[in-house]
Design a protein around this ligand. Sequence first.
Ligand SMILES: Nc1nc2c(ncn2[C@@H]2O[C@H](COP(=O)(O)OP(=O)(O)OP(=O)(O)O)[C@@H](O)[C@H]2O)c(=O)[nH]1
Ligand SMILES: [Mg+2]
Length: 319
Amino acid sequence: MAGQGARQGQRIFRDFFTFGSKDLTHWFPSHMARGMKKMRNALRSVDCIIEVHDARIPFSGRNPIFGDVLDVRPHLLILNKKDVADMTPQETSKVRNRLKEEGVQDVLYTECLTQNSPSVKNIIPRVIELIENSERYNRVEAEEYTVIVIGVPNVGKSSLINAMRRIHLKKGKATPVGIQPGVTRSLMHKIQVSSRPKVWLLDSPGIMTPYIRDIEVGMKLALCGMLQDHKVGEDVIADYLLYYLNKYNHNRYVDFYDLVAPNDNILEVLVGVAKKLNKTSRFKTLDGTVVMRPNLHAASAHMIKSFRQGHLGTITLDL
Ligand SMILES: Nc1nc2c(ncn2[C@@H]2O[C@H](COP(=O)(O)OP(=O)(O)OP(=O)(O)O)[C@@H](O)[C@H]2O)c(=O)[nH]1
Ligand SMILES: [Mg+2]
């Protein structure tokens, strides 16, 4: 992957990323097309829309298909996974201001993996406030509210619903969660998350934008786990990660994997990672001799997972 330029001390790193031959531009599995159709109908009957996106990419990859429906109902944008998206207060307000310019008035940052997360507690009161302040609100009718949770895959929609339910109703998991994108496959039945007032949430399948025109955006989505890793290629994702870390001087990976120094050569880095992890695979040569080789696939997968869990630094990719 070529690209020359960014300097760290005397080292020269790539300042752009070339993607090779994979087609990221059209990634829209059939369940997403079906889901979108059903959601359009459901959107007409809800009181509010919660759109969930990944706090590491507040601007990249929000699905423009949602745009036309978001104007119709009160809309809350939740930037989830803030635990792995380190931001200074100044950066947070920069994000809020830019989102405002793009027409998004209401934004909450959340993380929902910790028990009783205060950020999750804020969601329902904010939703009720938004509904009650909206033009459509008719106090006589409102005894309970139905809210749909939408967004691209793997941003934590189902996790947030379970967390709200745990916090407000002390009840267990109502919708499945998973590490891979595409866990929620169809529009779910209503899930109660609060009793006074009664609030029902509709979980929905993550829907990716049908066309990803910008490769850099596509790679950010892939790195945050919104596209299936095998469709993009773990080797390509790991290389993009390395490119990004070097370009923006996020050097924690060097110590994390006991490497000698920052290095922009993905093969050399993967060999070092595999060595650190003690990951080797057996390989038979033509004459039948068995040799041990560094398992580069396991090394790529480990780098990607470590980034996603914040071990290589808590990084916001859009800043
Ligand atoms: N670090 C971190 N991880 C989270 C958070 N919320 C969810 N996750 C993880 O993100 C992954 C996806 O979570 P889901 O709740 O299944 O995401 P989803 O948006 O419902 O995904 P789809 O149904 O596939 O569209 C899981 O591995 C969760 O544990 C969070 O606040 N912080
Ligand atoms: Mg889900």
